[in-house]
Design a binder for this molecule. Structure first.
Ligand code: ATP
Length: 245
């Protein structure tokens, strides 16, 4: 398998406070890799640093190698252009715009780059999310929480990314919708896109992922094949909960 992303000794400070200790992580093309861990462990910080989307108060060091490119220190636009796409925890949709227009905005960079087929991904997105197709004329702000998450995912896919980065896609959603979202993540894998999935829902994340990292207070405490991690005593006790009979 081809190495798609290699992150080495990535560190993040907010002012003098270190939010991420030197962290290394990798993703092969077509893989789903998950980062699980409790609130405040640094999961979003890590994801945003890789995507080039840290807030102004954040500074990062270390290496981010994506495909053949060294993206260390490069701006978010360059990272997007090279095939990274981030769905942030706050979905950042355009509430007063229609579903379809939100999707088209996701392909804006491809449009600007003169890619004639920039809107073709719409079929792929509508195929994955029939609910979005039904509601394509509806204002994004009037969608349900689950539909909004689908729209945020769909918009990211419009950019035809090689790496999709998802920050807690299950956050605030009802269990049935969470199930649906994870089912879609599983289907996405079949389209060939690699996925970096940050989640507090460790059970669902480890079920869908190939490989996993456990992040605790800014550093990686454990890593391994997702199905092995799901059996790991510490992971079971801390993140999956004991099932008592
Ligand atoms: P959650 O699941 O709650 O989103 P997380 O694992 O994603 O948690 P981060 O949001 O990355 O964790 O936060 C890691 C640490 O960095 C926390 O202690 C947080 O308070 C701090 N932090 C995050 N963003 C900033 C910021 N913009 N300025 C200062 N400190 C920050």
């Amino acid at each position: 398998m081809m190495r798609l992303l290699q992150v080495s000794r990535l560190e993040v400070f907010y002012g003098k406070v270190q939010a991420l200790q030197p962290t290394s992580l990798h993703i092969d093309s077509g893989q789903i890799v998950t980062v699980i861990g409790p609130n405040g462990a640094g999961k979003s910080t890590m994801l945003n640093a890789i995507a080039g989307a840290l807030p102004a108060s954040g500074t990062q060091s270390g290496d981010v190698i994506f495909g053949e490119q060294n993206l260390t220190g490069s701006a978010i636009e360059k990272r997007v252009a090279s095939g990274m796409s981030l769905v942030p925890e706050k979905r950042e949709l355009f509430a007063t715009m229609k579903v379809e227009d939100n999707l088209l905005l996701g392909s804006y960079r491809r449009y600007q780059a003169g890619e004639k087929d920039y809107a073709d991904q719409m079929h792929v997105v509508y195929d994955l999310f029939p609910r979005l197709k039904e509601r394509r004329q509806q204002q994004a702000g009037t969608l349900s929480g689950g539909e909004r998450q689908m729209l945020a995912l769909g918009r990211a896919l419009m950019a035809k990314p090689r790496l999709l980065m998802l920050d807690e896609p299950s956050l605030g959603l009802a269990p049935l919708i969470v199930k649906e979202i994870f089912h879609i993540i599983h289907r996405l894998k079949q389209t060939g896109v690699a996925i970096l999935l940050v989640e507090q829902n460790a059970r669902a994340a480890l079920q869908v992922a190939d490989y996993g990292y456990v992040l605790e207070t800014g550093s990686i405490a454990l890593e391994g094949v997702a199905s092995d991690l799901a059996q790991d005593q510490r992971v079971v006790e801390t993140y999956l909960g004991l099932v008592k009979k």
